[in-house]
Design a protein around this ligand. Structure first.
Ligand code: FAD
Length: 318
């Protein structure tokens, strides 16, 4: 079922969980074991992230350099289909611009359509870990808005080859990312917001936010979106802090800020065990306030370690 239809039918806050594909070489059983406690929380949706290829440079014995492409976390489409059909849970595979030509994107969309997967989160993608800047593939998309346009075209039966006879339209429900504290590359917040509106105008159906730790940032963001005519559901993204060193690592990696009371609690704690509990308590407080404010869905980032998220969900959703 489409995520927007689920939201329209529900009068309570729904649950969404985001997982990463395991490292290459692992089995579905290993993934299944890790997913079981999350599935017991009965999420309405499971998102499966997509990760661009990593490129590494190695020096050959003759001194020349070779570029090697590694795929460390493949399997987004297959894992999504397995969760959908083996576990009976609706899925949202992520699709990114990075590493794909438009033709490859079309093939991935055709596969997803045949698999009966109706929801997608469309993103530009981050640069791979060993690269500083995002570089699109030759013949690929530079911004998420272009990927949204490709999918909305396919939803209208417009494929890349305009000579197709009676092309079959797809019917994807499209999510995109939004940044309550601005995307790090945008020159200012208003420009970033305009770029977000362009994704909605191109056909996106809902927004999932980057993590934030101060709910006021989300509430202000929703108000600013509504002011410029963005009317689609805006789903808050929550990530619990799990270690003391994340006081620095999270702002550096995700370009988000941590509020004073959270930082003070983390500085005062004695070890990572305490920090883990503080992260859980903070996320529970955040989630309960968001739920009381009537958010349509809560989206939890698990980043491969779902233990704390399971505890938060049990406390918030009962
Ligand atoms: P875009 O919407 O393309 O925006 C990127 C930047 O370009 C912004 O600064 C924007 O303001 C600017 N911009 C947009 N359009 C234009 C234009 N026409 N002209 C000039 N500037 C423009 N990354 C992954 O690799 N895999 C994932 O699975 C993944 N999942 C995510 C899930 C969520 C909910 C979120 C919030 C992020 C996720 N990311 C993921 C990270 C995401 O890919 C990065 O944040 C990336 O840097 C930006 O992606 P985007 O789709 O927001 O890009």
């Amino acid at each position: 079922m489409k995520l927007t239809d689920l939201l329209a039918q529900s009068n309570k806050t729904l649950l969404s969980i985001e997982i990463m594909p395991p490292l290459v070489g692992q089995s579905f059983e290993q993934l299944f074991d890790r997913l079981t406690p999350l599935v017991e929380c009965q999420p309405a949706m499971i998102n499966v992230t997509y990760h661009q290829q990593e490129k590494v440079y190695r020096e050959r014995p003759d001194g020349t350099i070779e570029k090697i492409t590694l795929r460390k976390r493949p399997g987004t489409v297959g894992i999504s289909a397995a969760i959908r059909y083996k576990m009976g849970i609706e899925v949202v595979p992520h699709l990114i611009c990075g590493g794909f030509t438009r033709e490859e994107t079309e093939y991935a969309l055709v596969d997803l359509h045949y698999l009966g997967i109706q929801n997608l989160l469309l993103l530009r993608g981050d640069p791979p870990p060993n690269m500083k800047h995002f570089t699109p593939e030759k013949g690929g998309h530079k911004y998420a808005v272009d990927l949204v346009k490709q999918v909305t075209d396919m939803n209208r039966g417009i494929y890349l080859d305009d000579e197709l006879i009676e092309p079959n339209p797809t019917d994807f429900c499209i999510g995109v990312a939004g940044y309550p504290e601005k995307h790090y590359e945008a020159p200012n917040f208003n420009i970033d917001l305009r770029n977000l509106k362009a994704k909605i105008d191109a056909g996106a159906d809902y927004i999932v936010t980057q993590m934030f730790f101060d709910n006021q940032k989300y509430f202000d963001f929703v108000d600013q979106c509504r002011e410029i005519g963005i009317e689609v559901p805006i789903i808050p993204g929550i990530k619990p802090i799990s270690r003391r060193k994340q006081i620095k690592a999270i702002p550096k990696t995700f370009h988000v800020s941590l509020p004073d009371p959270l930082v003070e609690r983390l500085i005062a704690c004695e070890d990572d065990k305490q920090a883990y509990q503080i992260g859980i308590d903070w996320a529970i407080e955040q989630s309960k306030e968001l739920m009381e404010a009537g958010v349509p869905m809560l989206h939890y980032y698990t980043m491969g370690k779902p233990g704390n998220v399971v505890q938060i969900i049990r406390a918030v959703f009962g």
